[in-house]
Design a protein around this ligand. Structure first.
Ligand code: AMP
Length: 398
């Protein structure tokens, strides 16, 4: 069955058409500047990319263009829309309502809408994606795959905040966690690579991209993760601060004469390694600056690695040990300096990184030595494939 995977943002739409049997990507692409002017990059498998500017006054126009490209005589990969068996939508926030992926019905759309205030930038855009596909392909079954669902197994002691309990009762303020599709995919694949059953393993997955989070996966389920009510919590990220003393917010607001929303914007968009280094949120730029002797870039990298190592220690404690550590996402898959910087703190676990193996980029690999007490791996994430698998399984009733 061919599955169209849709990841709809406020002004962008990423897509992949995946054959669920061979798991091959038949085509993928990106629509950008939706509601501004409109740009599409379409990459049919085995052929060069097609780039064009086309008006996209709304998301439905963008989806329409994607469907045209997929069936185009020259650039397409299918003969007609009948060859799309199902659509899988990435949905950012499922609140406490969704602990797994689900077939999209009117009730499900309503329940996702009720989670909008938990992810005001993302969920409404995801819903627009659903509405557009429903309009253009009314007969095709659709599935919602949530970033938060995998973490719904966290115990109460991991997800509750130390604030008045009524705020949890009234507003559902708690830790939810994100990147769940990635943490689930990588923890399963780590077990496969080690020839072990995920249900017997304690794995720490470090999803280190521009947004970054860590997850403790015990016996196949998430027992704790570093992002919270929102993706701002936890690690120091590209532009997000991660965990800080909440009193810092009022302090900055007073000293800088800024509003609460200004300060939140600073913590989300001007902080992290970008804010500390003053160089960039991109770890490639950071590395170049470090090589050129930039002291603040070095401080940012040190802070990033230290915080990751802290979480690894914390999650080792939570699971009473760890059997495998996996690095994934842009930085985790490609940046040997960051991986080495993190693993230097893990000697107490008997972790020994192999510098040669650690040079790997973007492919499955064990990067620890053969005598490392705990294997450390690079495991590229593939959220689109995970969404396609979930979608196919639900539609085929598995
Ligand atoms: P993501 O959000 O997962 O796309 O990750 C973005 C981060 O990954 C950026 O900081 C990039 O510097 C880093 N990254 C992505 N690709 C590479 C690469 N080929 N080599 C080094 N770093 C990379």
């Amino acid at each position: 069955m061919n599955i169209l995977v849709i990841n709809c943002g406020s002004s962008s739409l990423k897509y992949q058409l995946i054959d669920s049997v061979t798991e091959q990507v038949m085509a993928k692409g990106l629509c950008e500047r939706i509601r501004i002017d409109g740009r599409l990059k379409h990459v049919p498998s085995g052929r060069g990319p097609v780039e064009l500017e086309a008006p996209m006054p709304d998301h439905t126009a963008a989806v329409e263009l994607v469907l045209q490209m997929l069936t185009d005589p020259q650039y397409g990969v299918i003969g007609s829309l009948d060859e799309i068996g199902a659509v899988g939508h990435r949905i950012v926030h499922g609140g406490e309502k969704f602990a797994s992926s689900t077939r999209i019905t009117d009730e499900v759309i309503q329940a996702i809408t009720e989670c909008n205030d938990l992810a005001p930038l993302h969920n409404p855009a995801n819903l627009i994606g659903i509405a557009s596909c429903k309009k253009l392909m009314p007969q095709v079954p659709m599935v919602a795959v949530f970033d938060t669902a995998f973490h719904q197994t966290m115990p109460e002691r991991a997800y509750l905040y130390g604030i008045p309990y009524e705020y949890y009762e009234k507003y559902k303020i708690r830790k939810y966690g994100f990147h769940g599709t990635s943490h689930s995919f990588v923890s399963k694949h780590t077990a496969e690579l080690l020839g072990r059953d995920v249900k017997e393993l304690r794995t720490i997955v470090c999803h280190l991209g521009n947004g970054a989070s860590i997850c403790a996966v015990q016996n196949g389920v998430s027992v704790d993760t570093s992002m919270g009510l929102t993706p701002l919590d936890g690690l120091v990220m590209g532009t997000r601060s991660g965990t800080i003393d909440p009193a810092v917010i009022e302090f900055i607001a007073q000293k800088e004469q800024r509003s609460l929303s200004d300060v939140m914007n600073i913590l989300n968009k001007e902080s992290g390694v970008a804010g500390v280094s003053g160089v960039s949120s991109d770890f490639r730029d950071l590395e170049t600056a470090i090589d050129q002797g930039n002291a603040r870039a070095k401080k940012a990298m040190d802070l990033f690695c230290y915080r990751v190592a802290q979480y690894i220690g914390s999650y080792t404690a939570v699971m009473n040990g760890v059997d495998a550590i996996a690095f994934t996402a842009g930085v985790g898959e490609n940046n040997a300096t960051a991986r080495a910087g993190i693993c230097q703190y893990l000697g107490y676990l008997g972790v020994k990184l192999d510098p040669e193996r650690n040079r790997v980029r973007g492919e499955d690999a064990v990067i620890s030595t053969d005598d490392s007490r705990i294997p450390v791996l690079v495991v590229p994430t593939n959220e689109e494939l995970a969404i396609a698998r979930e979608t196919a399984a639900l539609v085929q009733g598995q």
